[in-house]
Design a protein around this ligand. Structure first.
Ligand code: HEM
Length: 484
C-alpha cells in the first residue's frame, strides 16, 4: 500500500495510510505509543503496574526508562505483548524536569486529579483513595506501566521481567491492577453490570485534510488526542517544551517556540480512574425502582428495562430509540429521539455524548455536533475483578472499571464530560438529577407517555483511585531516560 506524505504538523510531514482515518506510518508511527491509536483488541490479558520512584540513593528512574524504552510498543505493527508507560507530574519532577518545564504542561496535569478544586469539580472525595497522582498520597503513582498480552502465560512472563527490571533500578511497585476482558459470543466486551462497553469511540482524522464541515458524526482531528497534531481549533495541540540542550537536540523536534524543543509531540494525556462497581446494589436498585414503572407497551417494566434506560443502550450495545434499538453508532438524537422517548435525555450515553440532542432547532444540529465533538475522549478502560455469579447477591468481591481515557486537553475533554455533562444536575433541562450510572443518589427522568417516570437511582460506583498522566512519544521517552 502506498503512502501519502501529508503536512501533519507545521513543517513536519506525516506519512499516512490512505483513507479518512488518521493512521500514520513511518517516523510518526514509530514515535507514537501504540495505546493512543489501538485498544489492543487481541491482547485480552492486561495489567497496570503502578510504579513509585523512591527518594533513595539507589533509585535510578531515568536508568529504568532508558532500559525500558526499546521494549515500549509503538504503532508500527502488532506485537504479541505490548508495553506502554505514562508518568504523573510528581513522577516527571523526580525524573529531573525543572519547575520551568513542568509549567509548560497543562494545568490540570500539573495540579493532579485530587487537588481540592479539581476533586470538587469532578465530584470526588479522594481522602481515602488507595492511590493517586498526588505526592500527599502514600501510594502516589509516579509511572503507570501498562502491559497487554495475548494469553495469561505471556502476561506473567512479561510481568516477571518488568518487576525484575524495576527492582534492579531500585524502584517500588505501589500496586498492580490485573484487568480482564469479558467477551460475548459476538466478540463484544462487557463491563461488570453486564453492558457492552467500548462501543462508541471518536474516529481520528487529519484536521488539515478533512475540515470541520466535511467531518462525519464521530470524526475529530487527531490533535484532539495526539499532542502536536492539528486539533479542533486548526492548530497543533499544545504540549510541553524543554529548553535547548544536546540531549533535547538529539531526541526531540524543535518547537515552534524558538529556543525550545517539543516534549509533547505525539504524546497525550492519559486519565485513569479506578471505579469500584457494586453490581448487586445496581441490579437490586433496578429491580426495586422498576416495580412501579411501565414500559413503552404499558406493561410492568423489568429491571433490565430500567437498567437499559439508565445506560441508554441495550445490554448488547444497541442504542435505544423510539422505534426500537438501533445497531451501529450513527444515530443522532434531534431528528430521531429529541424528547428521549427511546434513549432518555439524561441517560449515561446521552450525557456522555449528547451528539446533536441539545440543539435548539434542526438548523443548529450540525453546529451542535461540531461543538459536542470538542469534548470527545478516547476510552481505553477495562474491567478488573472477577465477574459476579448471581447479579442480585453481593459476594464481597472487589471489582470495577479501570477507566482510562486519552485527550489532549484534560479540562476541555475529560473534565468537561464528567462535570458539565455527566454530573450536571440541570443537564438536558433536568432538575436535581445526575448520571444514572455514576452519579449521586437522585431521581432519573424517563420520558414516557402520558407523563415522564422518575425512579430514584442509588450510588453504585465509588472512585477509589485515579490520576492524570502524561503518555510521552518514544522520542520524549528516550529524552526522559537520558536527562540524568
Ligand atoms: C464504572 C463506570 C462506568 C460504566 C459502567 C460505564 C458504562 C458505559 C457503557 C455501558 C457505555 C455504552 C457503550 C459504549 O459506547 O461504550 C458507555 C459509554 C460511554 N461512557 Fe461510560 N461508563 C462508566 C464510566 C464513564 C466515565 C467516568 C466516563 C467519562 C468521564 C464515561 C464516558 C463514556 C462515553 C464518552 C461513552 C460513549 C458515549 C457515546 O459516544 O455514545 N463513562 N459507558
Amino acid at each position: 500500500m502506498g503512502t501519502t506524505p501529508l503536512a501533519g504538523r507545521g513543517n513536519k510531514p506525516v506519512a499516512k495510510k490512505p483513507g479518512r482515518e488518521w493512521k500514520p506510518l513511518g517516523a510518526t508511527a514509530a514515535d507514537l505509543q501504540g495505546l493512543i491509536l489501538s485498544a489492543y483488541p487481541d491482547q485480552l490479558f492486561a495489567i497496570f503496574v503502578m510504579v513509585q520512584f523512591p527518594m533513595s540513593a539507589i533509585a535510578r528512574p531515568n536508568g529504568w526508562i532508558a532500559e525500558l524504552a526499546p521494549r515500549v510498543t509503538d504503532f508500527t505493527g502488532s506485537r504479541p505483548t505490548c508495553i506502554n508507560v505514562a508518568f504523573s507530574a510528581a513522577g516527571l519532577s523526580l525524573l529531573g524536569l525543572t519547575a520551568d518545564v513542568m509549567a509548560t504542561f497543562s494545568l490540570p496535569f500539573q495540579q493532579g486529579m485530587t487537588t481540592a478544586d479539581r476533586a470538587r469539580f469532578l465530584g470526588d472525595s479522594p481522602g481515602t483513595w488507595l492511590w493517586s497522582d498526588s505526592a500527599e498520597n502514600p501510594n502516589c503513582v509516579h509511572a503507570q506501566l501498562m502491559i497487554y498480552a495475548l494469553d495469561q502465560d505471556s502476561l506473567n512472563a512479561a510481568l516477571v521481567h518488568e518487576r525484575a527490571s524495576l527492582a534492579s533500578f531500585g524502584l517500588v511497585i505501589a500496586g498492580e491492577i490485573l484487568q480482564r476482558v469479558d467477551l460475548d459470543p459476538g466478540g463484544q466486551r462487557h463491563e461488570h453490570f453486564g453492558f457492552a462497553d467500548g462501543v462508541s469511540q471518536p474516529i481520528l482524522v487529519d484536521g488539515d485534510e478533512i475540515p470541520v464541515n466535511q467531518r462525519k458524526l464521530h470524526e475529530i482531528p487527531a490533535g484532539e488526542v495526539v499532542l502536536g497534531q492539528i486539533n479542533t481549533y486548526g492548530v497543533p495541540a499544545p504540549g510541553p517544551v524543554v529548553p535547548t540542550s544536546p540531549i533535547a537536540k538529539q531526541n526531540l523536534q524543535p518547537s515552534v517556540a524558538e529556543g525550545f524543543f517539543d516534549l509533547g509531540l505525539n504524546g497525550t494525556y492519559l486519565v485513569i480512574r479506578q471505579l469500584k462497581q457494586d453490581v448487586a446494589k445496581f441490579w437490586n436498585n433496578m429491580k426495586t425502582s422498576s416495580t412501579d414503572l411501565l414500559n413503552e407497551s404499558k406493561q410492568p417494566a423489568t429491571d433490565e428495562w430500567l437498567a437499559e434506560k439508565a445506560v441508554g443502550r441495550t445490554l448488547d450495545g444497541k442504542m435505544l430509540s423510539p422505534l426500537g434499538a438501533e445497531t451501529g453508532n450513527d444515530m443522532t438524537f434531534f431528528a430521531n429521539d429529541s424528547a428521549g422517548f427511546g434513549c432518555p435525555v439524561t441517560s449515561h450515553v446521552r450525557r456522555a455524548n449528547p451528539r446533536d440532542g441539545l440543539a435548539p432547532a434542526q438548523s443548529d444540529t450540525q453546529d451542535m455536533i461540531n461543538a459536542t465533538n470538542r469534548h470527545r475522549i478516547m476510552r481505553r478502560g477495562r474491567i478488573y475483578g472477577e465477574p459476579i455469579n448471581h447479579r442480585y447477591t453481593d459476594d464481597g468481591v472487589d471489582r470495577g472499571l479501570l477507566f482510562a481515557c486519552m485527550n489532549s486537553e484534560i479540562e476541555r475533554q475529560f473534565e468537561f464530560v464528567q462535570h458539565t455533562w455527566l454530573l450536571n444536575p440541570m443537564f438536558g433541562l433536568g432538575y436535581n438529577e445526575s448520571d444514572p450510572i455514576l452519579g449521586t443518589k437522585c431521581p432519573f427522568s424517563i420520558p414516557s407517555k402520558p407523563v415522564r417516570q422518575r425512579p430514584i437511582i442509588e450510588i453504585f460506583i465509588t472512585p477509589v483511585g485515579g490520576g492524570y498522566f502524561f503518555l510521552p512519544s518514544l522520542s520524549a521517552l528516550r529524552y526522559l531516560g537520558a536527562i540524568r
